[in-house]
Design a protein around this ligand. Structure first.
Ligand code: PLP
Length: 375
């Protein structure tokens, strides 16, 4: 595979600044995918850059068995942000590892093995997370994966009620499915899942790798649903572009997590990046901004493109536009003719995951470009 999706002439990006990236010819692109939601504060954010530079010059890495002040501060900051009594934090390097840990913790804490996941869900590409991912195209070449995974239809509370039983270790679910096409969960589905797992003693895992840290208009998407799960997994935007994942746990999970570990868990530099990212998101009330600009963007998209699309859906700045023709062609036209980078979510959904800091006038640019390409 070479270059990014627009394959005739791959775009080589060499610089970034805020919501924009620049290719090797100096052409400016509006990054409406935030490079897969990984730069929620935009490219080259000052507070993150200087925290990283400062830490890099003092201590790049020390094994995780020694306490490091900046990691401790990150643990505290994440625990403060977590809903309800979720207060323990385990750090790793990616989304799939955060889910891998959550699945292991659930098995260890419950003594059960059965995992329930949802149709169309996506949880990563290592063996455990992959087994809970729905689409065969990701799984087939690698089977057999871990056994004992059952899939229920997303947003079907009755099916969830039937699936969860005394032998269930965990239910893993995205509060808004990302790769599956930007499908928000109904409150009823999430609340029923909470009641069923609590009753049977299973762990409820919210995979917030894509929805987390303000993207849906609240710090965690679980807040919007009024549900406190047993674990929340996070990654993508958590280091504003540097690789980090986290599994946030309630005490009963943390108490019997077993002997899981990872060498690079919360190294000093990545902890500095993540601490600056999380602090900025919280202190500057970025989730409220995402909610406001997200509502505005969705309204404008509906007004300008409503008739030319099948559906526009999502929460905050996680928006899917279900189109009538192939999404890849639209993405190509947006990039080549309008210098706007967006993402697919399956073959028929154009996905917008912009930096959470975008302005309304940048949102207007997106609407204008999409109106020309789709409308
Ligand atoms: C991207 C994603 C993952 C996997 O994260 P990686 O960092 O690529 O391993 C897991 N779950 C969800 C919901 C994601 O969007």
């Amino acid at each position: 595979m070479s270059g990014f999706i627009f394959s005739e002439k791959p775009i080589e990006l060499v610089e970034g600044d805020g919501s924009y990236v620049y290719d090797d010819n100096g052409t400016e692109y509006l990054d409406m995918g935030a490079s897969y939601a990984c730069v929620p504060l935009g490219h080259g954010h000052d507070a993150v850059q200087s925290a990283v530079a400062d830490q890099l010059s003092r201590l790049t890495y020390v094994q995780a068995s020694y306490p490091v002040e900046i990691r401790t501060k990150l643990y505290e900051r994440l625990a403060e942000t977590a809903p309800g009594d979720i207060g323990k934090v385990w750090l790793c390097n990616s989304g799939t590892e955060a889910n891998e840990a959550a699945l292991k913790f659930a098995r260890s804490a419950t003594g059960n093995s059965k995992i329930i996941a949802t149709m169309q869900g996506f949880h990563g590409r290592t063996m455990g997370s992959l087994a809970t991912t729905w689409k065969d195209k990701y799984k087939k070449p690698y089977e057999p994966l871990i056994g004992d995974v059952e899939f229920v239809p997303y947003n079907d509370p009755e099916a969830m009620r039937e699936a969860v039983d005394d032998e269930t270790a965990a239910v893993i679910v995205e509060p808004v499915q990302g790769e599956g096409g930007i499908n928000p969960a109904s409150k009823e589905f999430l609340q029923t899942t909470r009641v069923e797992t609590a009753t049977s003693g299973a762990a409820l895992i919210f995979d917030e790798v894509q929805t987390g840290m303000g993207r849906t208009g609240t710090l965690w998407a679980s807040e919007g649903a009024d549900v406190v799960p047993d674990m929340i997994t996070s990654a993508k935007g958590l280091g504003n572009g540097l690789p980090i994942g986290a599994t946030l746990c309630r005490d009963w999970i943390a108490e019997s997590y077993g002997s899981h570990a990872s060498t690079f868990s919360g190294g000093p530099v990545i902890s500095a990046a993540s601490h600056a990212t999380v602090s900025t998101i919280v202190d500057e009330e970025i989730p409220a901004h995402a909610a406001e600009v997200g509502d505005y963007l969705k309204q404008e998209l509906e007004a300008e493109l409503g008739d030319a699309t099948r559906e526009i859906r999502g929460e905050g700045l996680m928006i899917g536009i279900e189109v009538k023709r192939g999404a890849n062609r639209i993405l190509r036209d947006l990039a080549i003719d309008h210098q706007l980078l967006a993402l697919p979510a399956g073959r028929t959904v154009v996905r917008l995951l912009p930096p959470l800091t975008i302005t309304k006038s940048e949102a207007d640019e997106v609407v204008d470009a999409l109106a020309e390409v789709i409308g």
